[in-house]
Design a protein around this ligand. Structure first.
Ligand code: CA
Length: 233
């Protein structure tokens, strides 16, 4: 059974989330402040954490960064009352994977959690999107059967996007994954690297299908659903 830790200090909100996740068959753990959240996450090792940001004792950002410092890579979805981009970017930079802004649809949140867990349980060795085929073992990209040359940095970046497909990625996250915490890589360099990657995977780089810009936040890789999988056909 999948275990979800829900961290929320508003009783009505917590109860609503708890009921919905239980009804979907999750084993639900709860915490009402940051200190309790951290202790529970470390002890119980949930499969996913829904983390409110404004919390007593220790806020959600601190919980997030403590968990990452301890090497825990559990997926964290922030629940944020504010849709201020700077708060979202801060949370993502501290190691959260995604966010929802309140008020949110419980149905959408459940779908997002489900997608997260499914994705995590099945990291494929080969990714296919459009006419691209990425082989992780061979570290190659082919497009319509033709080899496309990627630098090691470009390959790392593409793999990061694929692994975190559907998730927002900030420039800092991209920088630290691809280049480490290099002070010599500027925001402009990252934008340039994204442009180059787009030119190698997008049919029309000026109108990206896969590698989207999210204004004031960063980037998101969207994997199209293969047509063959459509239930209505
Ligand atoms: Ca709160």
């Amino acid at each position: 059974m999948r275990t979800v830790l829900i961290v929320e200090d508003e009783p009505a909100m917590l109860r609503g989330l708890e009921d919905n996740f239980r009804a979907k068959g999750y084993y639900v753990l709860t915490a009402v402040d940051g200190a309790q959240a951290l202790a529970t996450a470390l002890k119980e090792k949930p499969d996913l954490i829904l983390l409110d940001i404004m919390l007593p004792e220790m806020n959600g950002y601190e919980v997030c960064s403590h968990l990452r410092e301890q090497g825990r890579d559990v997926p964290i979805i922030m629940l944020t009352a504010k849709d201020r981009e700077s708060d979202i970017v801060l949370g993502l930079n501290l190691g959260a994977d995604d966010y929802v802004t309140k008020p949110f649809s419980i149905k959408e949140l459940l779908a997002r959690v489900e997608a997260f867990l499914r994705r995590r349980e099945s990291e494929p060795l080969v990714y296919e999107f459009g006419d691209c085929r990425v082989d992780l073992a061979a570290r190659t990209l082919t497009r319509a059967g033709q080899d496309v040359t990627l630098t090691p940095g470009e390959f790392k970046m593409l793999h990061l996007f694929l692994r975190k497909r559907g998730c927002p990625l900030t420039q800092d996250e991209i920088r630290s994954t691809v280049w480490g915490y290099s002070l010599f890589i500027s925001v402009r360099d990252i934008d340039k690297a994204i442009d180059t990657l787009r030119s190698k995977v997008e049919p029309d780089p000026a109108h990206p299908q896969f590698l989207h810009t999210i204004e004031n936040i960063g980037y998101r890789f969207e994997m199209p659903v293969p047509h063959g999988n459509r239930a209505d056909r």
